[in-house]
Design a protein around this ligand. Sequence first.
Ligand code: APR
Length: 316
Amino acid sequence: MARTKIAVIGGGQIGGNLALYAAQRELGDVVIYDVPAKEGTVAGKALDIAEQLPVDGCDAALRGTSRIEDIAGAAVVIVTAGVARTPGMTREDLLAINLKIIASVAEGVAAHAPGAFCIIVTNPLDAMVHAFQKLTGFPHARVCGMAGVLDTARFRAFIAMELGVSVRDVSALVLGGHGPTMVPISRLASVGGVPVAELIPADRLRAIEERTREAGTEIVKLYGSGSAYYSPAMSAIAMAESCIRDQKRVLPAAAYCRGEYGIDGLYAGVPAVIGAGGVERILQFALAAEEEAALAATVRAVRQSVREVEQRGLGA
Ligand code: APR
């Protein structure tokens, strides 16, 4: 039986790690697509990873290409094409540059992998997901954005560091857009079933929420050039795996809302059930008043960046 095919669009820092993690988890065969100027680089990454796999004991075929038709038959497409944020640049600054890139990628994916489940990673995330779905015309269930898994992973990591406990036992959720307006739901965070609010003083918890909101920027500052790549890659892989293996994991993702949480006709970060059908369902719960207000603010920010995309004619 042929293995599942995974297409990674943009073989930069995140793309290379996506290919590595996908191969190490034996999710399928991987094609890394990039622009012609990067063909040697992505062919090199594919070969380098292929040569690691005997040591890992994992089977996967990898190739790097600048021919978009090589993504044909991909069951999952992960889009990281774009420029990464540099210090001083906000996610919204990225919009104009990356929108044009997403427009060309959308055309290629629509032509060559029309049945794929598509996970967008390129920032500014919420705007890029919107543009990609509009440009491809794919069903909303098959287009989503990777943000919430990463934001939640950061939140969980900081809680685990604070308490000196295993990250495995920290359960948490971050809602909303991918940016400073995201909404970490501390009220529901727990460690081994114990509410975090009972273990961490309120002021410390507020500081952890703030660090979560600024976590991407913290990495950008430390790197000096480029943005986070290990954690975004692993987060997108969790989503891809849940689809490929029909795990139906509940993963926060930028999913298309039709009234959930009062959000209508917009991609926003919500808890999504991801399975073979893509985003199969959105889980809902009652928000506290201040959470609702914070979510309304993040939705306003997402709507603003979607407006900007529309004003730029979707980049096409
Ligand atoms: N088609 C395919 N690949 C492209 C295109 C295109 N039209 N335009 C650019 N790329 C490629 C670049 O050549 C580069 O190899 O996308 C890759 C981006 O890689 P990096 O610059 O290393 O960026 P990375 O850190 O991987 O982040 C990618 O994800 O998290 C977001 O903000 C981040 O938008 C950025 C994206």
